[in-house]
Design a protein around this ligand. Structure first.
Ligand code: NAG
Ligand code: NAG
Ligand code: NAG
Ligand code: NAG
Ligand code: NAG
Ligand code: NAG
Length: 417
């Protein structure tokens, strides 16, 4: 009794602290509103200090924000989201964060598959965090990092090494200018403790901010951010054939997918199979894609759907489309990175989470690993979304295993402009 009372009290304290910070941030911070009639002036100016002064002196003269673009890569695990994230991480004018919402989930609901209502708790807190991060307020993240950062420094930022900006000057000086970019683990080793003050400065120096997450279920969850006049949010939703996601996850995540593997190995569907792992993917996609394709006015110019398979088939072409949608010039680093990492060059395939690999061949390889029975089951559960996204169903083992017969319909999901 006493114990649980204490827990409740502590929880209440923790949430008050978080809410307090949230409220403080919203009330004292005016985002960089641009008073200039020519807002392009505001961000293109290389003189950042001047910009801040200019923009903060009269914060309410105009609703036109700086042209800083806030990119959200909305994905789920095993949809090529690391690969997708790199397309932004490599850009020299984009400050990229890899899954900062991990900390929100880990602090609020520390378990691998939160329930529906738990996911909504995470989403609510996540929106507040995203708003702050897009404004380059990295201190806000400290509410969720465990152990709690001291003097605005931490060793515990999730996947710090996946963010180029957090591994290069001014945040980390370990790298000489001539060296090639660091690998994930190398960054953490060489750069030492992360100084969040420096990270904030780096964020402000970049023209745009991109955040990748697999922890927001669907587009509608982001509506409040899309409509926030202080933000200039653009959502890139990355989807993939759910059958491919299932195959990839059951190879990658041992425990939660154990029964799926038993089904594959024995040819018998376990009576206690937890199908929510599949239905959730398909429901989330269906909800998001239905919203996106319905073109509600609040999403105008804000949403682009990208199929992983299309990205894999033509990485450069698709990336150009994405950048053109964002209105940001693509840069040489991105082009070089794509070139280096999509040729199936095994020697460079070092990253654990598989950003680097032979992209095109991987996209449909699930057809060789999943059994026909599992595929048939997945098709019955996900019929509607397969159809919507242009993934063909197979009607026989022969069709499933015959890779010359592609299951990916030509379908161009033009952004809604
Ligand atoms: C800023 O805008 C003014 C007029 O609106 C223009 O003359 C000037 O060249 C612009 N400066 C920059 C840096 O774009
Ligand atoms: C904001 O900028 C857009 C184009 O950049 C312009 O069409 C619009 O009139 C501006 N709005 C205000 C309130 O200045
Ligand atoms: C934090 O900063 C204060 C003041 O500079 C210093 O006294 C303290 O030792 C620092 N704490 C840690 C853990 O570095
Ligand atoms: C972090 O960087 C800022 C800005 O350079 C500096 O003032 C501060 O002392 C650094 N913090 C620590 C703990 O080194
Ligand atoms: C691409 O590969 C070349 C040669 O292997 C290397 O020097 C360069 O740093 C790589 N570029 C990127 C952006 O990965
Ligand atoms: C595989 O599919 C292709 C294209 O649909 C077809 O022409 C070919 O006959 C099929 N091969 C087998 C062995 O079924």
């Amino acid at each position: 009794m006493q114990c649980s009372w204490k827990a409740v009290f502590l929880l209440a304290l923790a949430s008050i602290a978080i809410q307090y910070t949230a409220i403080r941030t919203f009330t004292t911070k005016s985002f960089h509103m641009c008073p200039s009639p020519n807002p392009v002036n505001c961000t293109l100016s290389p003189d950042t200090d001047g910009l801040d002064r200019l923009c903060e002196e009269s914060p309410s003269t105009s609703y036109n924000l700086s042209k800083k673009i806030h990119i959200l890569i909305l994905a789920t695990t095993r949809t090529g989201s690391s690969f997708g994230g790199q397309l932004f991480n490599q850009h020299s004018d984009i400050f990229y964060l890899f899954e900062p919402l991990y900390h929100v989930q880990f602090t609020l609901i520390p378990k691998p598959s939160p329930s529906k209502s738990e996911r909504q708790v995470i989403v609510g807190a996540s929106r507040d965090l995203l708003r702050s991060l897009y404004d380059c307020d990295l201190y806000f993240l400290e509410n969720y990092i465990r152990p709690q950062p001291v003097n605005h420094t931490t060793d515990s930022l999730f996947r710090r090494g996946s963010s180029k900006a957090l591994c290069s000057p001014p945040v980390c000086e370990a790298l000489g200018s001539g060296d090639s970019p660091m690998e994930d683990g190398e960054c953490v080793k060489k750069c030492g403790t992360l100084n969040l003050t420096l990270a904030t400065e780096s964020c402000k120096e970049h023209g745009h901010v991109a955040i990748k997450t697999v922890r927001v279920p669907e587009v509608k969850d982001l509506r409040a951010l899309v409509e926030d006049p202080r933000l200039n949010l653009k959502i890139i939703q990355l989807v993939r054939d759910p059958r491919g996601i299932l195959a990839s996850r059951s190879e990658t995540f041992r425990d939660p997918y154990r029964l799926w593997r038993i089904w594959k190995a024995t040819g018998r569907k376990p009576y206690n199979l937890d199908t929510t792992q599949l239905t959730r993917i398909c429901d989330d996609f269906l909800n998001s894609v239905s919203t996106g394709l319905n073109r509600p006015s609040w999403l105008k110019g804000k949403y682009m759907l990208v199929r992983y398979e299309d990205l894999a088939r033509d990485p450069m072409g698709k990336t150009e489309e994405i950048y053109s949608f964002l209105g940001i010039p693509i840069d040489g680093n991105v082009e070089r990175w794509i070139h280096n990492n999509t040729r199936g060059d095994k020697s460079s395939a070092k990253h654990k989470f598989g950003t680097l690999r032979n992209s095109a061949a991987i996209a449909e390889s699930w057809r060789l690993t999943l059994s026909y029975e599992i595929v048939e089951f997945a098709q019955s559960v996900c019929q509607q979304v397969l159809d919507q996204l242009g993934y063909k169903m197979v009607g026989s083992v022969q069709e499933l295993k015959n890779l010359t017969f592609s299951l990916i319909e030509e379908k161009n999901f033009l952004p809604f402009l």
